[in-house]
Design a protein around this ligand. Structure first.
Ligand SMILES: [Zn+2]
Length: 129
């Protein structure tokens, strides 16, 4: 198992397209609070263009990156974030641009899916008491 998979497993996430490098976590101050920030890189290996459907014959090229700060559940009682650097792509056949996708977070959302599930479980526990 790779280091990236181990880190994701410890965060209760799963996506083979997310890569963590050395120094993947750091302390920062956000809104005056000490937080943990995990830094990951997201890429996809497109076999075909998700817009026009053409086969990727070196026609889909990297086109910069976009960082997003995603809220994840607390780690060791510290407020935690995943700073995901998402690879952007451009298809030379249809000239459309798109960004790498992951099941960790919904498109254009800044709250991870497992954070949403943990909130639902927390409320469910309260209601069933
Ligand atoms: Zn295309």
């Amino acid at each position: 198992m790779s280091i990236s998979n181990s880190i994701l497993k410890s965060l209760n996430m799963e996506d083979k397209n997310v890569i963590f490098n050395e120094n993947f976590v750091e302390n920062r101050k956000i809104k005056g609070k000490k937080v943990l920030v995990y830094k990951g890189y997201l890429k996809n290996n497109y076999e075909y263009c998700p817009v026009c459907g053409c086969i990727n014959d070196n026609s889909i090229l990297k086109n910069g990156t976009r960082k997003s700060l995603i809220k994840i559940p607390k780690v060791s009682e510290l407020i935690s974030y995943l700073e995901l650097t998402k690879q952007k792509y451009k298809c030379n056949m249809c000239n459309k641009r798109f960004i790498a996708k992951t099941n960790i977070v919904e498109y254009r959302c800044r709250i991870s899916n497992n954070t949403k599930y943990s909130v639902i479980n927390y409320v469910k526990d309260i209601l069933l008491k």
